[in-house]
Ligand binder design. Structure first.
Ligand code: PEP
Ligand code: MG
Length: 843
């Protein structure tokens, strides 16, 4: 039952009408701008979100009043106009108002075939989108009089009434179905995945149809002025004679707009109109401050602009376009920075398949999201999550993906689907996540039950087999392909340079090796915020010496082993300092429990006994003695430094000697030494005293003219260190919050085991997110606040930072900025994202 109490609320779009986003939506606003630019836009009426909401709730709208804006014989279209174009919306419906009388009129003017095609098209759209009949029943091989009559008959049989002839009723039904479609669960989930809020509203625009049929040059097309993949200037698009809507994009016989090797292009067919389109494009770019795709129709040589949408673009193109607009003075550099989503950068950073390597392609599909990734095949989202929990990269292979696969997609390194196109769920979400993705690989035979897929050449791949998804070319390769590091061009550097000029928090990288440090430099990190020195000891030759040190019987033997480690460690630091060129390098002293360096198998123990020239029984006994029930809470971090101080002595000596070495070469560095897993002030005091003594010794030996400075700091990783930060800061010039351990200890949650039940916890709403991924602002965050505040009360110039895995997340950066931290430190590949996210927060 329709409620008739609503007043009509809509407006014809004119240069002066009050058309506003969010009320009328982006499309209505955009059309008004085109009208203000004097572009030939057909008459258009905008219905605001409040009206559409009322229609969805069952209120009637005065369609006669809307139709009064259009001529009697005019056909109209309805298009969605949500607040944000990315939120999608119900599909456009064309040719509303079509009925037997108008069909006859059109047949007289444009011929029977053209009129049949238009009418059939409307019946198909109305039957499937408004009456919700099965689209298969209205599939016609080609438009014809018979196909039209068939469609009208099927409609009548299915609906128990003739196809509606009254344009007012047609329009009312179209509006109602579009309003309701917007409220549907699928539509809600899809737009929520793109960041739309729950209350996201839809406006609609009703527009007079410009017919792309006629005797002179007639047809329709779309034109854009940049390449959507590279973002470089280039006219692309399609035009199809005697067509309407976006037909030209779907049909292979559509011609290119310029330089068509198959025949005349639009430019050659209609040079004047083509020149007009170029002018319109330039006007849009300058005045709408955006690269637009223009939808146009030509009716007997008369050009109409129906719509203009932001050119759909890859992340790479998005960045290129933003930088080009800023360089041309169309937008400010700050706006260019804001236009690039930090998370989109990851797509630019992704590796690509090396074109020089072997390519064992087993299927081709649509290149839906660029970048390449290698992993083991999984056929379900659950399997993807389990694989991620084990730390094994996986490729999610599905017939198609649905909103409930989002967690699985988050867990996978790449996605391959049998069905779908560029705007399918997998493609859209894949691009959003920067996840290499191939869709529509329809030659695959997928058997999810049997957990296998059969390639067109008959090869069978099973769950666990390794494949590579090349989302840039759309090819899936058997096995692991050779990869190329991502190419980072001038636009990328320029944008991040602008970002740096706005952000107000430092960004450093966690880097343990020279390769990490080189990546950190490439991404312009402002230093190393965490060098985990134990990672330097896992190489084969060092491991042996390390084990000798651990098994030493006496202080003398231990000193001998450490003396052999010293030059290796010194060389590590010389290399790091060299690469970082005077930028700060924060070195964390040895952290993990010693038993991690022991062999765990009998075979390994035997080999160790041999290397140490000791009886197996003694080696085994020593290994057992070193084993702990809770190694993560055991003899690690500063506890080692207190109990076996020679290890930290050696590391400090290596750091200082490397500093002297760099100074001798004309460089300079002020190393930062960080003590891990502190829980008490006295621990820091003890280590500090010894490090000062080592520094004095190195200074004395180095002689005059080679003095050096260093800073000593504490890693806050235990709740007690945060609570006692006031007194700890007496001995520290900086505090760096290690939020991995701090999260583990605050929750009493093993960071190595929590993956097993984290999904259940998140699904049941116990935790809003995995706290090891997204900083727990409420609990761990409070400790950070307490530590920062108490530390700074002792020492006003105390440098504060965070170096856990959370460091690169925009949410954590936001927290750290607000808490007055000096910098965040994250993995080198997160540095560009962090730089951009920090700028977004500051702007
Ligand atoms: C931390 O605990 O947050 C940290 C950075 O140290 P690690 O991950 O090495 O324990
Ligand atoms: Mg730690």
């Amino acid at each position: 039952m329709q409620k008739m109490d609503m007043l009509p609320d809509f407006a014809e779009i004119t240069p002066t009408a009050r058309i506003q986003t969010p009320a009328h939506g982006w499309r209505a606003k955009c059309l008004q701008r085109l009208i203000r630019l004097d572009l030939p836009v057909p008459r258009t009426v905008a219905l605001p979100a409040a009206t559409i909401r009322a229609i969805a709730a069952g209120h009637a709208v005065d369609v006669a009043a809307i139709l009064a804006h259009f001529g009697d014989a005019t056909l109209i279209s309805v298009r969605p106009s949500p607040e944000n174009p990315d939120w999608g919306g119900p599909g456009t419906i064309l040719n509303i108002g079509m009925n037997a009388a108008r069909h006859a009129g059109l047949a007289q003017r444009h011929g029977q075939a053209a009129a049949d095609a238009l009418y059939l098209r409307f019946v198909q759209a109305y039957a499937t989108h408004v009456a919700r009949l099965d689209p298969d029943m209205f599939d016609a091989a080609a438009p014809s009089a018979d196909a039209l009559q068939d469609a009208l008959r099927v409609y009548e049989i299915e609906m128990d009434e003739a196809f509606p002839q009254d344009p007012a009723r047609q329009l009312a039904e179209v509006l109602r179905s579009m309003a309701r479609a917007w409220e549907g669960t699928t539509a809600r989930l899809l737009r929520a995945a793109k960041g739309a809020p729950d209350e996201a509203a839809l406006g609609l625009v009703v527009q007079e149809m410009a017919q792309g049929i006629g005797k002179g040059v007639s047809g329709s097309g779309v034109i854009q002025f940049v390449d959507p993949v590279t973002g470089l200037p280039q006219v692309t698009g399609r035009y199809l004679g005697q067509s309407q809507g976006r037909d030209a994009l779907k049909r292979t016989e559509a011609i290119y707009l310029t330089r068509d090797p198959r025949g005349p292009s639009l430019e050659e067919l209609a040079p004047g109109l083509f020149a007009d389109l170029l002018r319109y494009g330039a006007a849009c770019r300058a005045r709408l401050r955006e690269e637009m795709q223009i939808e146009f129709t030509i009716e007997d040589g008369h050009l109409s602009v129906l719509d203009a949408v932001k050119v759909a673009r890859s992340a790479r193109a998005g960045l290129k376009i933003a930088v080009a607009l800023a360089e041309d003075g169309v937008i400010s550099d700050a706006e260019a920075v804001l236009r690039v989503e930090p998370r989109a950068l990851s797509e630019l950073l992704h590796p690509q398949v090396d074109p020089r390597g072997a390519r064992d392609v087993f299927v081709r599909g649509i290149a839906a999201s660029p970048g390449a990734a290698t992993g083991r095949i999984v056929f379900s989202s659950q399997a993807a999550q389990a694989s991620a929990a084990r730390g094994e990269p996986c490729i999610l292979v599905r017939r198609e993906t649905a909103p409930e696969d989002i967690r699985g997609m988050h867990s996978a390194v790449g996605v391959l689907t049998e069905r779908g196109g560029m705007t399918s769920h997998a493609a859209v979400i894949g691009r959003g996540l920067g996840l290499p993705c191939i869709v529509g690989a329809s030659d695959l035979k997928l058997d999810a039950k049997e957990r296998k897929l059969v390639a067109p050449d008959g090869r069978v791949f099973r769950e666990g087999d390794i494949i590579t998804v090349d989302g840039t070319t759309g090819e899936a390769l058997a096995g692991a392909a050779d990869m190329l590091a991502p190419a980072l061009d001038d636009s990328f550097r320029k944008l991040l340079g602008w970002a740096d000029s706005y952000r107000d928090i430092g960004i450093r990288a966690n880097a343990d090796t020279p390769a990490d440090a080189a990546t950190a430099r490439q991404f312009e990190a402002q230093g190393i915020g965490l060098c985990r020195t134990e990672h330097m000891f896992f190489e084969e030759d060092r491991l042996v010496v390390m084990r000798e040190m651990i098994f030493a019987d006496s202080a003398k033997d231990r000193a001998a082993a450490l003396a052999r480690l010293l030059p290796m460690q010194r060389e590590d630091f010389v290399q790091l300092f060299d690469i970082m060129q005077g930028l700060p390098v924060c070195i964390r002293l040895f952290d993990p429990p010693l038993h991690e360096f022991l062999p765990h198998s009998r075979e390994g123990l035997r080999e160790l006994a041999e290397a140490l020239d000791k009886p197996l029984s003694e080696v085994t006994r020593r290994a057992e003695a070193l084993a702990e029930f809770n190694p993560m809470l055991g003899m690690r971090g500063v506890r080692l430094g207190v109990v076996l101080p020679e290890i930290y002595d050696m590391q400090a000596q290596a750091i200082f000697e490397a500093t002297v070495e760099i100074a001798r070469r004309g460089g300079s560095v002020v190393p930062e030494i960080m003590i891990p897993l502190v829980s008490a002030r006295r621990e820091v005091e003890l280590v500090q005293t010894r490090i000062e003594a080592v520094a004095a010794k190195v200074r004395a030996r180095a002689g005059a003219g080679t003095d050096f400075a260093y800073r000593l700091g504490v890693m806050v990783e235990t709740p007690r260190a945060a609570l006692r930060a006031g007194e700890i800061a007496q001995h520290a010039s900086f505090l760096s919050f290690g939020t991995n351990d701090l999260t583990q200890m605050t929750y009493g949650l093993s960071r190595d085991d929590a993956g097993r039940f984290m999904n259940t916890y998140v699904q049941q709403g116990v935790f809003p997110e995995d706290p090891f991924h997204i900083l727990d602002v409420d609990g761990v965050g409070e400790l950070l606040h307490i530590g920062a505040e108490r530390g700074r009360r002792t020492r006003g110039d105390l440098v504060l930072s965070i170096c856990g895995e959370h460091g690169g997340n925009p949410e954590s950066i936001d927290f750290c900025r607000k808490a007055g931290f000096d910098y965040v430190s994250c993995s080198p590949y997160r540095v560009p994202l962090a730089r951009l996210a920090a700028a977004h927060l500051a702007l």
